[in-house]
Design a binder for this molecule. Structure first.
Ligand code: BES
Ligand code: MN
Ligand code: ZN
Length: 507
């Protein structure tokens, strides 16, 4: 499951032994920007720049054969990095994407050995570790295979052996650890993508829990999988209510990471939505596109895979992960609109729409994370179609209180390359959830329905610092981009994992 390490080298470009040497190139740069590579290709690069064949537009690739026999690389590939001005400089976010897109190109060419060059003039010297980590993340992300059930196409090319070329031996010393960290985070993203890609018939709640148990236990996380009877003993009427419509029993995954010598607090509590298939239940969804609802556990997968990363990277604080997992099906015993459920926290919920199931299972999950001692909560869920209407497919919604905690998670997400943008949680929105018969309704009508979903969750956060990430639009790429193929994105894994390393900045 673990892929070969990504090496770092500070040797001169001419001595890098590889099939393809990838060099980022900025718009407007002449051949002298990296004069050595132009010379090595016998002036091919100068010609391509002069004729406009290669204009360094983002993700454009220009491949030239190395003619200088003294060089050990066979080919050089320039990858367009766009204009420095228009993209706000060479960011770790951009280099992650360039690496991912270069990785895909290298695999297409079936190269066995490839190198990605971090030019000494392209990032501020003190940002080298951050950039090296981002490159390793991007290269690793490009190794994910979407077509895991294809039997008639040739197997996808094996991933090449990668080297990141950094400025000098001093660069190697500073970049190596960061590259290893990026490698691991990328791998954990790919594991989460594998879960989201898995069909609902193979990834049932029991199977999801079993696989997550394996990968978290391996990493040294203690894992408990609660079955339907234990869930009932805890009084989790919301999770059990959603599970009633299915003949597959629900599970509650509980992860505990407690490094020796960690302080008593803070304790990070991560809660992920684990609906292995969402038909909508009795409030059934239209058939068109329903197959996509196999990824309704992407938040839960992000939590499980972040727990693995957190343990392997040895975060300095205690972290608790909770993933309620079930199908949402319209069976004969399914909950019906108008039914009232009692949550583990004691609050009663009138179910208006059985398709608003994510907030139900998360309500009990958030409560349990608090019971287990979490002091700071983050939940992550493919929660509302309305979030796609508001923010589209490239940005996750971020909600929560108090603001410093929201800002903290937001900063970490920005650095991790998971795009998020805040939506408000003004008290007045709570009115939309008032029920005539119970404490709260599970839907608040069409207006601001991503916000009212978050307001519902807030009821279960017990006043702790809490953030909700709505990844309905970002968990799955509908359109292929150079740096992200169509399919599961692994959103959230890096943010949740990196967050566990920032407790020095909390509150
Ligand atoms: N899993 C869906 C949200 C979703 C929709 C994710 C589309 C990805 C793409 C969620 O359980 C759901 O059905 N939400 C409803 C809530 C509504 C009934 C208040 C929705 O968004 O329509
Ligand atoms: Mn639903
Ligand atoms: Zn759902």
């Amino acid at each position: 499951m673990t892929s070969p390490a990504i090496g770092c080298s500070g040797a001169p470009l001419a001595t890098i032994d590889s099939d393809l040497l990838i060099v980022p190139w900025f718009e407007g740069e002449g051949p002298s920007a990296v004069a050595a590579v132009d010379l090595a290709t016998g002036g091919e690069i100068a010609r391509a720049l002069a004729s406009g064949e290669f204009a360094a537009r983002p993700y454009d690739l220009f491949v030239a054969t190395v003619t200088d026999r003294a060089w050990r690389a066979r080919r050089i590939a320039l990858i367009g990095a766009g204009g420095v001005g228009s993209t706000g400089g060479f960011s770790s976010d951009l280099v992650r994407k360039l690496a991912s897109s270069a990785g895909a190109a290298v695999r297409q060419r079936r190269a066995a050995r490839a190198a990605f060059v971090l030019r000494d003039d392209s990032q501020p010297p003190d940002a080298l570790p951050e950039f090296a980590q981002a490159v390793a993340e991007g290269l690793t992300l490009s190794e994910f295979n979407v077509g895991s059930y294809k039997t008639t196409e040739p197997a996808p090319a094996p991933a090449p052996a990668w080297t990141i070329v950094v400025p000098g031996d001093d660069g190697v010393a500073r970049a190596s650890g960061a590259a290893a960290r990026g490698r691991l985070l990328g791998e954990c993203c790919n594991l989460a993508r594998g879960f989201a890609n898995e069909p609902g018939n193979t990834l049932t709640p029991r199977e999801f829990a079993r696989r997550c148990e394996v990968l978290a236990t391996e990493a040294g996380v203690s894992v408990e999988i609660l079955d339907e009877h234990q869930i009932e003993k805890l009084g989790m009427g919301l999770l059990l209510g959603v599970a009633r419509g299915s003949s597959e029993p629900p599970r509650l995954m509980v992860f505990r990471y407690e490094p020796p010598g960690a302080p008593v607090g803070p304790v990070l509590g991560l809660v992920g939505k684990g609906i292995t298939f969402d038909t909508g239940g009795i409030s059934i969804k239209p058939a068109d596109g329903m197959e996509r609802m196999k990824d309704d556990m992407a938040g839960g997968a992000a939590v499980a895979c972040a727990m693995r990363a957190i343990a392997l990277l040895k975060a300095p604080i205690r972290v608790i992960g909770v993933v309620p997992t079930t199908e949402n099906m319209p069976g004969g015993r399914a909950i019906k609109p108008g039914d009232v459920l009692t949550s583990a926290s004691g609050k009663t919920v009138e179910v208006i729409n059985t398709d608003a199931e994510g907030r139900l299972v998360l309500g009990d999950g958030l409560w349990y994370a608090r019971q287990l001692g979490a002091t700071h909560l983050v939940d992550i869920a493919t929660l509302t179609g309305a979030c796609i209407v508001a923010l589209g497919k490239i940005t996750s919604g971020i909600f929560g209180a108090p603001m410093p905690w929201v800002e903290q998670v937001r900063r970490v997400a920005d650095r991790a390359g998971d795009r998020v943008w805040p939506l408000p949680l003004f008290d007045e929105y709570r009115d939309q959830l008032k029920s005539d018969i119970a404490d709260i309704m599970n839907t608040g009508g069409r207006p601001a329905s991503s916000i009212t979903a978050a307001m519902f969750l807030k009821e279960f956060a017990g006043g702790l610092p809490w953030v909700h990430l709505d990844i309905a639009g970002t968990a799955w790429a509908e359109e292929a981009r150079p740096y992200l193929p169509k399919g599961p994105s692994g959103v959230g894994v890096r943010t949740l994992a990196e967050l566990a390393f920032t407790s020095g900045d909390w509150n």
